[in-house]
Design a protein around this ligand. Structure first.
Ligand SMILES: [Zn+2]
Length: 194
């Protein structure tokens, strides 16, 4: 990546550039191969985030027990996940605008969490911070809206220091979100509400 504007691609795709920034970026895109390549690489992602269902992620958990054939798919998914995480991070870095924070702790699991909720044109960005999650766990964030629909807000492995921040997102608008659950397999570690 040799063009500094390549960082704007993520913000552009997620609709977080204003009108003036958008048209300036589109003009730049016409003359920059690096940004056009970056655009092609990332373009499917906003759709991908919205399309993933809890079942998709449950299937992801099953894959390691299945022999060689699904490896390629795993690799592709792992790459997609890495890009989603990187992209979410880029968007966070570009547009830091603090929103309400939801926090909770669970007396049974001992896990505590806080989530900074940020309104976006495409839905809600979630910056999740976790404490006392067992290392080596494969976690996911389930977002429930008030109509009973649910979406995966993110998933990750816990391998780093306590209090790590996990980037997440949902297509639900902030007002439409009822609650969120941090889960390991089918076990709820902690539930977050407004
Ligand atoms: Zn460029």
């Amino acid at each position: 990546m040799t063009c500094t504007h390549a960082l704007d691609v993520g913000a552009y795709l997620f609709g977080s550039l204003d009108l003036r920034e958008r048209s300036a970026f589109e003009r730049h895109l016409g003359g920059c191969d690096t940004c056009r390549a970056e655009m092609l690489r990332l373009a499917p992602l906003p759709g991908l985030l919205g399309r993933l269902t809890p079942d998709d992620v449950e299937n992801l958990d099953d894959l390691p027990t299945v022999a060689p054939k699904p490896r390629k798919r795993r690799l592709l998914l792992a790459t997609a996940i890495a890009v989603v995480v990187a992209l979410a991070t880029v968007v966070v870095l570009l547009r830091p605008s603090p929103g309400p924070t939801w926090a909770a702790s669970d007396a049974n699991t001992g896990v505590s969490a806080s989530a900074q909720m940020i309104t976006r044109s495409w839905g809600t960005e979630i910056r999740l911070s976790l404490h006392d999650v067992p290392l080596g766990s494969r976690c996911k964030l389930l977002v429930h809206d008030k109509k009973g629909q649910r979406e995966i807000g993110g998933w990750w492995g816990t391998s780093t220091a306590d209090g790590e921040t996990v980037p997440g997102s949902t297509s639900f608008q902030l007002d439409a979100i009822d609650h969120m659950e941090v889960m390991v397999d089918d076990r709820i570690l902690v539930t977050l509400k407004r």
